[in-house]
Design a protein around this ligand. Structure first.
Ligand SMILES: Nc1ncnc2c1ncn2[C@@H]1O[C@H](COP(=O)(O)OP(=O)(O)OP(=O)(O)O)[C@@H](O)[C@H]1O
Ligand SMILES: [Mg+2]
Length: 376
């Protein structure tokens, strides 16, 4: 029997050998689905195990809908595992190969992120495909996710206004870059914005990314996939995906930055649980915008900048997708807001003022697939 790459797989009656032949054949088939990229390295499972000290609990840096992300260390040149504190840190994410959805997302991350490079995109170093193991290896972002800064502060300080604006601009630039390459990421959310040591935002989460419409097409028809709260209403209703769906998700992100509230928070009183529905009436009136602004900022923000952000969020969240701005014009507005920034906001980060943790965790991570995955 021959695998697709022409190598021979011996046929054998032993159960164990047949199982391993099957897994070789499966791996070979999967390898054929991975688009070759010079910048994406193949890691062995043993090396990733060594790099993360056997995925020890204290190397765990976060947990997503699919499982844990561990911190490991590798040599910058050889990519071989090394002692903690030496070489470079990496984030290692494990996927479950038995879940078709997880497998597809693992593949989509490699086939999209592995071919892209931008200062506001997380770098994918490589992947592991070995027996039942599916892992991804990314550059490690020391300040974790925007989600944790906004909603899981514990005794930490609230993210200062100027840093929120910096994060918004970085994320917007990443999306503008993707849209210029006709890629729709479909999963804009605060847990997919990671922060570097200087709070540079880096977008991650390409598992649902897809190419946008081409030629005469106005949209891509797909099964509805995403994260509750962030998906555009017309996409949920019709399965028609356009770049404007990412713009809606970005509008939600702006609202989270402005308000310090989660997109869906079941711990809040009824009427306040859905951020967009709750905030929209306030955003429409200039004198009511203060009701939406995160109280933990302690008033340390530029009100005129906040007004601009509120107006921009409203535009991005417009129910008519055609009226939403392009990502390029979002970047222009945010650049203008940064230029007008008052230095005042920086004081807050240094003030040492403690704030209480925001409302208890409501991950809002549930993935859904209303019409079945994949393009139709
Ligand atoms: N490259 C990275 N550097 C540092 N921490 C990371 C990195 N990637 C992920 N993390 C951490 O792991 C957490 C989980 O990430 P993950 O992408 O698995 O889940 P999620 O975005 O919360 O949900 P989903 O499964 O829907 O993507 C992040 O919130 C972050 O704290
Ligand atoms: Mg993610």
């Amino acid at each position: 029997m021959f695998a697709k790459d022409g190598s021979m797989i011996s046929s054998c009656s032993s159960r164990a050998t047949r199982a391993s032949s099957d897994s070789v054949l499966l791996s070979t088939n999967i390898k054929c689905q991975i688009l070759p990229s010079a910048s994406v390295k193949i890691f062995s499972y043993d090396n990733l195990r060594l790099a993360t000290r056997r995925f020890r609990a204290n190397t765990m840096t976060g947990e997503g809908g699919f499982g844990c992300v561990c911190k490991g260390w590798i040599d910058e040149n050889t990519f071989s595992p090394c002692k903690p504190g030496t070489g470079i840190p990496v984030a290692v994410k494990r996927f479950n190969p038995e879940s078709l959805q997880e497998h597809q997302e693992w593949l989509a991350e490699i086939n999209h992120l592995g071919h892209l490079s931008h200062p506001n995109l997380v770098k994918l170093f490589g992947y592991c495909l070995e027996d039942e193991h599916r892992l991804l290896v990314y550059e490690f972002l020391p300040r974790g996710s925007l989600e944790s800064h906004l909603f899981k502060r514990g005794s930490g300080q609230p993210l200062a206004w100027n840093l929120r604006m910096k994060v918004a601009l970085g994320a917007a630039k990443a999306l503008a870059y993707l849209h210029s390459a006709n890629i729709i990421i479909r999963d804009v959310k605060s847990s997919n914005i990671l922060l570097d040591s200087d709070y540079t935002a880096k977008l991650t989460g390409f598992g649902l990314a897809t190419n946008g419409p081409v030629g005469e097409e106005t949209h891509v028809s797909t099964g509805v996939m995403g994260t509750y709260g962030y998906a555009a209403p017309e996409y949920i209703a019709t399965g028609r995906l356009t770049q404007k769906c990412d713009i809606y998700g970005f509008g939600v992100l702006l609202l989270e930055l402005l308000s310090g509230r989660r997109v869906i928070d079941k711990t809040r009183p009824e009427g306040e649980q859905h951020l967009v529905d709750w905030a929209r009436p306030y955003l429409k009136h200039k004198h009511k915008i203060r009701c939406v602004i995160d109280a933990s900022l302690g008033g340390l923000y530029s009100f005129s900048a906040a007004q601009n952000i509120a107006a921009l969020a409203l535009e991005c969240l417009c129910t008519s997708s055609k009226k939403r701005p392009t990502m390029d014009s979002v970047v222009s507005v945010l650049e203008g807001v940064q230029e007008d920034e008052e230095p005042e906001a920086e004081k807050h980060q240094e003030s040492g003022k403690r704030v209480t943790a925001s409302a208890s965790r409501n991950k809002g991570k549930s993935r859904w697939n209303i019409f079945g995955g994949g393009r139709s």
